[in-house]
Write a protein of this length. Structure first.
Length: 317
C-alpha cells in the first residue's frame, strides 16, 4: 500500500510508516501546490497532510484508492470532511498531544506582549540601552489581573490552570459551560462573551474555526475591551478580523496583541508588522521537539489502523 506525505515530518512517525508501506514524501521541504498534492494522492491509499494543505473536492475526486486523510494537526478545517465522509475516506487529527505545548506558548506570548519583551530586546540589540531609567519600557503586570479565556476545550483549560500560579481572576466564555467541579478546580467563572470582553485584562482565544467563529472578534467586540487590555490568539487566524485589530492597535484603543496565527496565513495584514504593540510568531503553538514527534507517531498510528481495515483512533468523521 502507498502513503503520500505532503512534507517532511519528524522521523519517528515516518519510520513507522516506512516499515509497513511504500512512502512517498513531497519532492522538497516546502508547501506543495494543489496540482502536486493531486498528483501525489491519485494512486495513494493514505494521505498525510498539514493544516496548510487545502484538501478539497478537486484533489479528493482524483484519489480513487484513498482510505484515510491523516492531518498532522489538531484542526482539520483545511479538509473537505463531508466529501471525504461521503466517499468512505477517514479523516483523522492529532488531538491532546499539543495541549500543554500550546498553552505554554500562550503564556509566553502573554508575558512577552505585556512586558514588551520583543520590543525591549530590539532596543537593547540596537545599542540604545544606556542604563537603567525609571520609565524605560514600562509594561503591564500579569499577576493579580483578570484573564478571559474564550473556548474551554483542552487548551483553554490548560491556559486557565496556569493562571492559578499568577493569582489571576479567571473568567471564561464557551459554547458549553464546564461542570461545576472543573470550574472550581480551575478557579474560573463562566460569563457572557460581552462581560468577558469588558472585564478581562487579557483575552485569550481557544476556539476552533467554524462558520460561527469566523471574525468572532471584530470591531464591535474589540470596542468592548479595555484600552489597557491585550488580545492573544493561538487558535486560528480568521477568528479575528485583522483589519479591525490593526486599526485598534494603531489607535491604541487596546494596549496590544500577540498572535501566533493569522487571517491570511502566511501573509500578514498590512500595517501589522510595523506595530510595536503586537508580538507575532510563525504558527509555533505546537513547536516543541517532543510534541511534534508525538504528533508524527499519532499520524502514523492513525494510518496504520485505517489501512488494516479498522476505524482509526482519532477519526473526526
Amino acid at each position: 500500500m502507498k502513503v503520500f506525505v505532503t512534507r517532511q515530518i519528524p522521523q519517528k512517525g515516518l519510520e513507522m510508516l516506512k516499515a509497513r508501506f511504500e512512502v512517498k514524501i513531497g519532492a522538497s521541504d516546502r508547501s506543495l501546490s494543489k496540482r502536486e498534492i493531486y498528483e501525489g494522492t491519485k494512486d495513494a491509499d493514505a494521505l498525510v497532510c498539514l493544516l496548510s494543505d487545502a484538501i478539497d473536492e478537486k484533489i479528493l475526486s482524483g484519489a480513487k484508492k484513498l482510505k484515510i486523510i491523516a492531518n498532522y494537526a489538531v484542526g482539520y478545517n483545511n479538509i473537505n470532511v463531508e466529501y471525504a465522509k461521503e466517499h468512505g475516506i477517514f479523516v483523522t487529527n492529532t488531538p491532546g498531544v499539543l495541549t500543554e505545548t500550546t498553552a505554554d506558548l500562550t503564556w509566553a506570548l502573554m508575558l512577552s506582549v505585556a512586558r514588551r519583551i520583543v520590543e525591549a530586546d530590539k532596543f537593547t540589540r540596537s545599542g540604545k540601552f544606556k542604563g537603567w531609567e525609571p520609565q524605560l519600557m514600562l509594561g503591564s503586570n500579569i499577576f493579580g489581573k483578570t484573564l478571559g479565556v474564550i473556548g474551554a476545550g483542552r487548551i483553554g483549560r490548560a491556559v486557565m490552570k496556569r493562571a492559578i500560579g499568577f493569582g489571576m481572576r479567571v473568567i471564561y466564555y464557551s459554547k458549553s459551560r464546564l461542570p461545576l467541579d472543573i470550574e472550581s478546580n480551575l478557579n474560573a467563572g463562566y460569563v457572557s462573551l460581552e462581560k468577558l470582553l469588558k472585564e478581562a485584562d487579557f483575552v485569550s482565544l481557544h476556539v476552533p474555526l467554524t462558520k460561527d467563529t469566523y471574525h468572532m472578534i471584530g470591531e464591535d467586540q474589540l470596542s468592548l475591551m479595555k484600552r489597557t487590555a491585550y488580545l492573544i490568539n493561538t487558535a486560528r487566524g480568521p477568528i479575528v478580523d485583522e483589519e479591525a485589530l490593526v486599526k485598534f492597535l494603531k489607535e491604541k484603543r487596546i494596549a496590544g496583541a500577540a498572535l501566533d496565527v493569522f487571517e491570511n496565513e502566511p501573509l500578514l495584514t498590512p500595517g501589522l508588522m510595523e506595530l510595536d504593540n503586537v508580538v507575532i510568531t510563525p504558527h509555533i503553538g505546537s513547536a516543541s521537539k517532543e510534541t511534534r514527534e508525538k504528533m508524527s507517531v499519532i499520524v502514523a498510528e492513525n494510518v496504520i489502523v485505517a489501512l488494516e481495515g479498522k476505524i482509526p483512533p482519532n477519526c473526526v468523521n
